[in-house]
Design a protein around this ligand. Structure first.
Ligand code: PMT
Length: 400
């Protein structure tokens, strides 16, 4: 972990004494460790201990005069590659989950772009309390990593889940995090993601559309960003903006095609999760069509297949497509993988419960160019996006 910058946050629980060994191990492994303590933590262990171990000043008070310590919460927040909170009390987790920033540590966490990892430690009843469980769920959903508490004898004399894992285990977790990060990071990669169902106008009022909400694509853009990529999200749907992602709004298939092609030459990968309308009306009516007749015939013409065109123009870009099927899932998806010259296709049966359009979950099989298939059970679109982006990072790695 040589050169890694770690902010070790210590909150007020009896397990705080173990943090000295955590700081010591991190320091010995070559990391630059800065300790921030809550005021309650100083009731359990002295800041001086950490100052001696890390050879850095220890910060506690938000507004204290900290001699030889020229960093505010913002610079600590920006300094960190990782912020590790060990131990994290129930009270501290609650503050984090609700964005409370009333001391240096909570403020630093709120201001950091770094990965935050928490190692909760408390008695079993507090851990199992629905309030704590809900707070952990909120933190997890925001991408904060949680080190599972260990089971054993607790400070209160009972035996159960809630112990701070041994310092060696916590440090191994941090080391693994840095390893995975090195292997799975997409820094310097430009990734185009498409999302949502395109809209093909019939007249100024009506259009042909489909059920795609854009959720899958937005999660893919967010996951790519979390892995450090430069992301352009080209979408036919508006969902809440994603920090650090360039957003391009389009409506029709043709607009999406133009937007994708204009960035394609310099892109490293494209993930096409958009449901692109296969047809558009041949003659757009500039005026609202009157409903005088009992029947109305619209002539449709085929839209360009954007992904197929990308497959034809492909140089070194990695291309990931989706296959939205209602039958013969793997067979049809494989055909699309070949026809569109893809590196991977995400096959989803859009008729399966909890999969496909609009819902927050999906069930997918990833099919790779070599023919390997990876099947995933039902999971949140966020988790599936994470898996897809991790696989993309591995494809880059194997090609380098
Ligand atoms: O947006 P959500 O509500 O979250 O729903 C997610 C989803 C169901 C839309 C998503 O998981 C999905 O399956 N997206 C692909 C939809 C689709 O158009 O599939 P397809 O099998 O018809 O197309 C195959 C591939 O070619 C897709 O990558 C598609 O983007 C692309 N395509 C299709 C037609 C076309 N004219 N141009 C294309 O580029």
């Amino acid at each position: 972990m040589k050169g890694k910058k770690i902010v070790l946050g210590i909150t007020g629980g009896i397990a705080a004494y173990k943090s000295a060994e955590i700081a010591s191990r991190l320091k010995k492994s070559g990391a630059d460790v800065r300790v921030v303590m809550t005021r309650h933590a100083t009731e359990f262990i002295s800041p001086r201990t950490f100052q001696e171990i890390t050879k850095n000043p220890v910060a506690v008070e938000m507004f204290a005069d900290v001699v030889n310590f020229d960093e505010s919460h913002i610079s600590l927040a920006n300094f960190a590659d990782v912020i590790l909170i060990a131990p994290a009390t129930a009270n501290f987790l609650a503050k984090m989950a609700h964005g409370i920033a009333d001391d240096l540590l909570t403020t630093t966490i709120l201001a950091t772009p770094a990965q935050v990892i928490v190692s909760p430690a408390m008695n079993t009843v507090m851990l199992e309390n629905p309030a704590t469980q809900d707070n952990l769920k909120i933190l997890k959903s925001r991408g904060i990593k949680i080190i599972e508490p260990a089971t054993g004898k607790l400070a209160c004399g009972t035996v159960g889940k809630g112990r701070l894992p041994e310092p060696a285990e916590i440090c191994a977790y941090i080391e693994k995090f840095f390893d995975d990060d090195k292997n799975l990071n997409l820094r310097g990669k430009k990734i185009l993601v498409t999302a949502g169902g395109t809209v093909e106008p019939i007249d100024p009022v009506r259009y042909i559309g489909n059920r795609s909400s854009g959720k899958m694509g937005f999660e893919l853009a967010a996951a790519s960003r979390r892995h450090g990529a430069d992301v352009i999200l080209i979408s036919a749907k508006d969902l809440p903006v994603i920090d650090g992602v360039q957003f391009v709004k389009v409506e029709s298939a043709e607009e999406m095609r133009v937007a994708v092609l204009s960035e394609y030459d310099t892109a490293d990968a494209v993930i096409m999760s958009a449901a692109v309308s296969d047809y558009r009306v041949k003659n757009f009516s500039a005026q609202k069509i009157k409903k005088d007749a009992d029947t109305l015939t619209l002539e449709l013409v085929k839209n360009p297949d954007i992904l197929k065109e990308l497959g034809r123009l492909k140089k070194s870009q990695v291309l990931i497509g989706f296959a939205a099927e209602t039958e013969n899932l793997l067979e049809y998806a494989r055909k699309k993988l070949d026809e569109k010259n893809l590196d991977m296709i995400v096959a989803n049966d859009v008729t399966a419960e909890g999969a496909g359009f609009s819902v927050d979950t999906n069930i997918a099989s990833l099919i790779y160019r070599g023919g390997t298939v990876e099947n995933f059970p039902k999971m949140s679109k966020r988790d599936l996006a994470e898996k897809i982006v991790e696989r993309l990072a591995k494809i880059f790695q194997s090609g380098e």
